[in-house]
Design a protein around this ligand. Structure first.
Ligand SMILES: Nc1ncnc2c1ncn2[C@@H]1O[C@H](COP(=O)(O)OP(=O)(O)O)[C@@H](O)[C@H]1O
Ligand SMILES: [Mg+2]
Length: 318
């Protein structure tokens, strides 16, 4: 099967400013793909091109085989697009909002009624069906926005920052909803500027910076690719100086810092900068135990997601 979303050398300029620069990306059917990058990286521009709301200056993109340039109607039939802002809808109740968009897709009244009920159930908003749309919290608006993208039962969802501006609980709820949609067989392609938002649910991520993809893969792959510098934490009850000397002499160790742990009178925590592999890491531990150094804690700092993101997008800050 060819990828369900295929972006080839896509470029977009606003005047002289290049927003998307020969971007390439492929997303397989059924993925939850996170399109991650800092503000201004070109995410919204790319998504709007995929949604056929904006024309590219160069390159191509295909969704379920339809060209965004040559077959925009075909594309619109297979995608549900959620923009980054909800828009303004005065004097409209939750159910009316969905009913209105159902009418835009030429669904008959009876059909719409059932669909609106189903969609409200799906996004867990049935008790709110009569509330005014413009009075909803941002989290509720995002859920309603998601329901709206599903009206014509599209295969592919293109969501622009669905989790942005939400409190932690609402973020978790949106994440769960995206997983549910993937379970229903939809491909989810969404953007975010917060890598932690995508960590748990994405099958893969693509990191965009200054209009270009700088990395794609699973989070594990990205993490491994960048984890050249490791940090190891070792706490000893005693003989910290001896441990420090032993560690400093090991190949791959770039430095050892000793900190006396507060509230743990006896313990000294050693922070080891290390570039070796797992075998060397395990040799480090057995070397210490062979010397009977009293270890009470040994762990590797897994690189946190924000660190990865910062490393990959460093150049934009230079
Ligand atoms: N309508 C526009 N006119 C001119 N420049 C724009 C317009 N929209 C976006 N840009 C610029 O294009 C770049 C990419 O923007 P955007 O696609 O919105 O990025 P993101 O969604 O990743 O924050 C930014 O430098 C932005 O300032
Ligand atoms: Mg944006």
């Amino acid at each position: 099967m060819p990828p369900i979303i295929e972006i080839k050398d896509l470029s977009k300029k606003y005047g002289k400013r290049t927003a998307v620069n020969q971007l390439n990306l492929a997303v397989e059917a059924g993925e939850i793909f996170g399109f991650v990058g800092p503000n201004g990286a070109g995410k919204t521009t790319t998504l709007r091109i995929l949604a056929t709301l904006l024309r590219a200056n160069g390159g191509e993109a295909f969704i379920a085989g339809h060209s965004v340039r040559k077959a925009p109607r075909g594309v619109r039939g297979v995608i549900g697009y959620m923009p980054d802002s909800f828009g303004i809808y005065h004097d409209m109740r939750v159910w009316e909002y969905l009913d209105f968009f159902g009418a835009c897709y030429h669904l008959r009244e009876g059909e719409r009624k059932r669909l609106v009920n189903d969609l409200l159930e799906l996004v867990d908003m049935t008790p709110r069906r009569d509330e005014m749309v413009d009075k909803l919290s941002r989290g509720m608006q995002q859920r309603l926005g998601l329901a709206r993208t599903l009206i014509h039962d599209p295969q592919v969802l293109i969501l622009d920052e669905p989790a942005s501006g939400l409190d932690p609980r609402a973020r978790v709820e949106i994440r769960e909803l995206l997983v549910e949609l993937a379970r229903m067989g939809k491909t989810v392609f969404f953007s975010t500027h917060i890598l932690a938002d995508v960590a748990e649910i994405c099958t893969r991520v693509g990191i965009i910076e200054a209009g270009r993809i700088v990395a794609t893969g699973t989070l594990d792959e990205l993490q491994r690719g960048l984890a050249t510098q490791r940090a190891v934490h070792i706490s000893v009850l005693d003989r910290a100086t001896e441990a420090q000397e032993f560690l400093s002499a090991l190949p791959g160790v770039g430095g050892v810092e000793a900190h006396v742990e507060q509230n743990q009178q006896q313990r000294t925590r050693l922070e080891v900068k290390f570039t070796g592999d797992d075998a060397a890491l395990s040799a480090m531990l057995s070397g210490l135990t062979a010397r009977s150094i009293p270890i009470v804690h040994f762990s590797e700092d897994s690189q946190n997601l924000e660190d990865i993101f910062m490393q990959l997008t460093k150049s934009s800050l230079d």
